[in-house]
Design a protein around this ligand. Structure first.
Ligand SMILES: C[S@@+](CC[C@H](N)C(=O)[O-])C[C@H]1O[C@@H](n2cnc3c(N)ncnc32)[C@H](O)[C@@H]1O
Length: 219
C-alpha cells in the first residue's frame, strides 16, 4: 500500500483523539489515548501504515522543551527555528506560538507529515515539514535548533551531539529536552532547568518523568 498524505491523515483522524498535552495545555494534539483504536493496535493492524508511531504521543522531552519555549519566548521570537525529530510537531508548534519567524520540522518518519499537518492546523501554527534527517548538514540556515527526546538511540544521539555542537560553534542555539535517556550527554551542556512531566505508562515506566532542558555548548 502506497502511503499518501491524505491516507495518513485519514488514518490519524480515525484512530486518535484530540487531547491537550499535559504539561502544555495550550496545545492540543491528535494522540493515542486509552479511548482510541491506535492504543490497542497490534503490529498486524499497523502493517503498511506506521509500526512505530512516535508521532502519536507527546514525549517527555518534547513536553518539557515546548513548555520551556513558551515560558521563554525570547529564545525563539523573530528567529528561524528547526525542530529535529519532530514526531507530532509539538515543539515546532510551541516555537511558532512563541513567535518564531519560521519553523521547519524534520523527521525521518514520513508518516509524521500527516501528524504535523493536522496538529499545526489544529493549533493555528505554520510549520514546514521535511521528511529527512538534517544530521551532518553543516550550514542549516536557522538561528535555533530544538530537539525533544532524541537521546534514546546510540547512533542518533552521538550524531546529533556532534552536529549540534558544530552548529553551536557557529552561533546557533541548540536546546534539547531530555528525561535522562540512556545516551544523554554527560558533559558539554548547560543545564537550563527541569520540569516534572506527566506521561503515560503506555510508553514510559513512570507516570511522571523529571526532564531537563539542556543547551549544547560548542566544542
Ligand atoms: C521520541 S520521538 C520524539 C518526538 C517529539 N520530539 C516529542 O518529543 O514528542 C523521536 C523522533 O525522532 C525521529 N528521528 C529518529 N532519528 C531521526 C533522524 N536521524 N533525523 C530526524 N528525526 C529522527 C523519530 O522518527 C521520532 O519521531
Amino acid at each position: 500500500m502506497a502511503l499518501t498524505l491524505d491516507g495518513s491523515m485519514d488514518f490519524i483522524r480515525s484512530r486518535t483523539a484530540v487531547t491537550r498535552v499535559p504539561l502544555v495545555p495550550e496545545i492540543e494534539l491528535y494522540q493515542a489515548t486509552e479511548m482510541t483504536e491506535l492504543w490497542r493496535a497490534t503490529t498486524a493492524d499497523l502493517e503498511g501504515w506506521d509500526d512505530s508511531p512516535f508521532w502519536a504521543f507527546p514525549w517527555a522531552g518534547g513536553q518539557a522543551l515546548a513548555r520551556h519555549v513558551l515560558d521563554h519566548p525570547e529564545l525563539v521570537a523573530g528567529l528561524r527555528v528547526a525542530d529535529f525529530g519532530t514526531g507530532s510537531g509539538l515543539v515546532a508548534i510551541a516555537a511558532w506560538m512563541a513567535g518564531a519567524s519560521q519553523v521547519v520540522a524534520y523527521d525521518v518518519d514520513p508518516f509524521c507529515e500527516g501528524a504535523v499537518r493536522l496538529n499545526s492546523s489544529r493549533n493555528g501554527a505554520e510549520v514546514e515539514f521535511v521528511a529527512h534527517s538534517p544530521l551532518g548538514e553543516a550550514f542549516l540556515s536557522v538561528d535555533v535548533v530544538l530537539a525533544g527526546d532524541v537521546f534514546y538511540e546510540k547512533q542518533m544521539a552521538e550524531r546529533f551531539l556532534v552536529w549540534g555542537r558544530a552548529l553551536a560553534g557557529r552561533g546557533v542555539r541548540v536546546l534539547a529536552g531530555d528525561p535522562g535517556r540512556l545516551y544523554s550527554p554527560q558533559e558539554g551542556v548547560r543545564d537550563r532547568g527541569a520540569h516534572d512531566v506527566p506521561t503515560s505508562t503506555a510508553i514510559e515506566a513512570r507516570l511522571v518523568m523529571k526532564t531537563w532542558i539542556l543547551e549544547l555548548l560548542p566544542e
